[in-house]
Design a protein around this ligand. Structure first.
Ligand code: ADP
Ligand code: MG
Length: 395
């Protein structure tokens, strides 16, 4: 199943572009589903139809659904939530606070995407289009599966066998209620589902993110930042959609300065995101609402390409072998050398940019090797892995 996510700052046109893309896919004969993970659920407004939590057929080959956050939350997080609440109450937290804390930040956005896993397994659809929440939340969401796995692994021993052995020992030393079997089961399910969902999202053969932006300074800046983080998390971005461009032949002297700015910013965007393809969409004469206008937009957007194609295949993290050394290349555009911190513990490599952190689990071939050097050149972090760690330590 091809998965395309649309992300960007609020109001740039994510929902509109996602809807138009879904329509175009359906028109080309792909069985398509469009989902919204934005709590503001605006698919209904965009299509001008009432779309709810129940799957709805919009036209041939096109289905839509607004995820019911509460339902998904109860199903996947309910048991764990009860346990966490119990834990905090035991620690004398105020009950309102316990209730709030028991909802892990980001868990709602994450769970909205968990549906991808069952959709993928069902084999019902050729394409899933995801209309994401505004950039900040999307970043959180996309980095979350990784962070989630990391925490869960440390908080709860997933292996039941291990837990059974550990529990009697642990019980004596710490004074909090240990999770029951059903909590363990829930955690295990969630952990596995989140893992599978992440596997879908990072699979470059089938998934990609398209960044939607407008030609305004702050919007471009935010898009640039999110692109850096997508690279850091190895999430595939395959295109940028520049939306709401003032038409060249527009006759309105009031907007002449706007047009000049847009020309300047469009050139900037091309430089910034090169070599990603840039899809351009003009500002329509009216709001783009309803099937007719959305269909028109879909045709304009993809006159030269098939919307389901992977429009760019480059990858931000690469590992290359050079003689007896390995080189790991990580593209980190738009940041300065001084902003990057790298450290390593065992087979985990941690890269920190500001307060964002990524743990890269090194592949076996690299885990046994020492880092000989780390350089930042041409917007790429170049880490050289040399000889065997064991050998070196023996020396
Ligand atoms: N190219 C365009 N021309 C005219 N109106 C547009 C265009 N793209 C989006 N819009 C309008 O802008 C508003 C915001 O778009 P929307 O897709 O809801 O943004 P987002 O999902 O990013 O918050 C909507 O009213 C939509 O109809
Ligand atoms: Mg929207």
């Amino acid at each position: 199943m091809r998965v395309i996510l649309f992300t960007g700052k609020g109001g740039v046109g994510k929902t509109t572009i996602a809807s138009a893309t879904a329509l175009q896919c359906a028109k080309l004969g792909y069985r398509t589903i469009i989902l919204s993970t934005d709590r503001a659920h605006s698919l209904s407004d965009s299509f001008d139809l009432h779309i709810g939590a129940k799957l709805m057929k919009l036209r041939d080959n096109l289905f839509a659904k607004e995820v019911d956050v509460q339902e998904v939350l109860n199903k996947n997080w309910g048991t764990i939530q009860t346990y966490i609440r119990e834990l905090f109450t035991k620690w004398d937290f105020d009950s309102v606070i316990s209730e709030e804390i028991a909802i892990l930040p980001g868990i709602e956005d994450l769970l909205n995407l968990i549906e991808l896993k069952s959709l993928n397994e069902s084999g019902e659809y050729d394409v899933a289009i995801i209309d994401c929440a505004p950039t900040g939340a999307t970043l959180h969401l996309l980095s979350f599966p990784e962070v989630f796995k990391w925490y869960m692994k440390r908080l709860f021993p997933i292996e039941r066998k291990l837990a059974k052995v550990a529990r009697p020992l642990v019980k004596k030393t710490i004074n909090y209620p240990l999770p029951s079997d059903s909590v363990f089961e829930s955690i295990k399910d969630l952990y596995q589902n989140v893992g599978k969902m992440r596997d879908i999202l990072i699979d470059r053969k089938s998934s990609s993110i398209r960044i939607v932006l407008n030609l305004e300074k702050m919007v471009i800046h935010e898009a640039q930042m999110s692109y850096t983080y997508f690279n850091l998390f190895d999430l595939p971005v395959d295109a940028v959609v520049v939306n709401k461009i003032l038409p060249k032949d527009m006759d309105a002297s009031y907007f002449s300065k706007w047009k000049d700015f847009q020309t300047k910013y469009l050139n900037q965007v091309k430089e910034i995101f090169s070599p990603l393809p840039i899809l351009q969409v003009k500002l329509f004469q009216e709001e783009i609402v309803g099937l007719n206008l959305l269909t028109k937009l879909g045709e304009l957007l993809y006159t030269e390409s098939n919307p389901t194609e992977i429009l760019y295949k480059g990858r931000p993290i690469e590992v290359k072998k050079k003689d007896s050394e390995y080189l790991m290349l990580i593209s980190l555009p738009f940041i300065e050398k001084e902003d990057i911190d790298i450290y390593r513990k065992g087979d985990e490599l941690t890269i920190r940019i500001g307060n964002i952190r990524r743990n890269i689990l090194l592949p076996k071939t690299l885990a046994n090797r020492k880092i000989d050097s780390a350089k930042f050149e041409d917007e790429r972090l170049r880490i050289t892995f040399g000889g065997d760690i064991g050998e070196r330590e023996k020396e």
